[in-house]
Ligand binder design. Structure first.
Ligand code: AHG
Ligand code: MN
Ligand code: MN
Ligand code: MN
Length: 323
């Protein structure tokens, strides 16, 4: 059995990764182990229901959004490699250690609408190197390709850790002793798929290329795509991405015409970039219709973005439809 600690040591030696970076990821994993323990107990650990507060995204916070956020912040603050944090649930960045080398960005709890109904949720994280100088918001605004590590923990039937240091994607299962055990597999996203994920209830608000794309998929084997497609929508992006990692598929959360100032629902820094890095490292692709996700130059911590990711044949076709 290889546990996370042994894997990190071996991976660090093999790819000359700084110990401070693998330690930072180990701290994130430890925080997620604590979150997982609370998730497992649900009502018994008092984590269900609304917090009665709102976040900067304009969303109502669930108790677990706040609890998971605090667990991550408390643990990461104890790690001297961490210079600062940014979270979906925090208005601005949180400064940690002046001499820290890394910035950690996270969606502490992805899939908030699923907490109270016992459907898979997760934590998504991204690690950047801190530029020199006094910590400021601009330090966090690095394109996704600058990430040095990223991944997620999925609180599903099993608690799984999926991570990348840009040397492939690695999968771990949390065992009964709260240890992440390495699963010696290298998930690869199938190039072709017949499965898509989109919130169809927003159809009337989509732009023309997405309207056309979904219409073509729905047309089935007699349409231009020449095959029947199936649909899935969990409403936890982290679970959709994990499904796509394991058996292929394409996920879309496109731009929504209701609010011209919002180029999508999902957050570039906490959701789209880390998951795009995992997807790319597993042979898939991610873009916003026009630009590769990891090339987008962020302009704000809480910036939203249209997301299309997954199997290459589909993501490339989508990019072609966007012109
Ligand atoms: P969060 O719970 O972190 O706010 O993110 C929820 C996101 C994402 O996980 C999911 O794909 C999407 O919102 C679900 O949106 P719908 O409610 O439109 O299905
Ligand atoms: Mn939210
Ligand atoms: Mn989320
Ligand atoms: Mn969230």
């Amino acid at each position: 059995m290889t546990d996370l600690a042994a894997f990190l040591q071996q991976h660090r030696e093999q790819h000359t990764i700084a110990a401070a970076l693998t330690d930072t990821v180990a701290t994130i994993a430890a925080a997620c182990t604590d979150i997982s323990a609370k998730v497992r107990l649900g009502a018994l650990s008092g984590v269900l229901g609304a917090a009665g507060t709102g976040n900067i995204q304009g969303e109502e916070q669930k108790k677990l959004d706040v609890i998971a956020n605090n667990i991550l912040i408390d643990k990461l603050k104890l790690n001297s490699a961490v210079a600062g944090l940014a979270s979906e649930e925090e208005d601005g960045f949180v400064a940690c250690h002046e001499d820290g080398r890394y910035l950690v960005l996270f969606d502490p709890l992805d899939g908030s609408s699923n907490i109270d109904v016992n459907i898979s949720i997760g934590t998504i994280f991204s690690v950047l190197e801190k530029p020199s100088g006094r910590l400021q918001t601009e330090h966090f605004l690095q394109a996704g390709k600058q990430q040095v590590a990223a991944g997620y923990v999925l609180y599903g039937p099993q608690t799984l850790l999926v991570l990348t240091f840009k040397h492939g994607v690695h999968l771990f299962t949390l065992n009964a002793d709260n240890v992440f055990v390495y699963q010696n597999t290298s998930p690869q996203i199938l190039e072709h798929t017949a499965e898509f994920a989109i919130n169809m209830s927003n159809q009337r608000h989509w732009e023309a290329p997405v309207q056309q794309y979904i219409a073509e998929l729905l047309a089935g084997e007699t349409g231009v795509r020449g095959k029947n497609y199936n649909m899935r929508w969990v409403a936890s992006m982290v679970a959709e991405v994990h499904r796509i990692l394991m058996r292929g598929g394409v996920f879309l959360y496109p731009k929504d015409a209701r609010d011209p100032n919002k180029p999508g629902k999902l957050r570039l820094m906490y959701e789209a970039n880390p998951l795009a890095l995992v997807v790319e490292q597993a042979g898939g692709a991610a873009h916003n219709g026009h630009q590769n996700m990891l090339d987008i130059q962020p302009t704000g911590l809480h910036q939203r973005v249209a997301v299309m990711l997954g199997s290459r044949a589909e993501t490339e076709y989508l990019q072609k439809l966007h012109g």
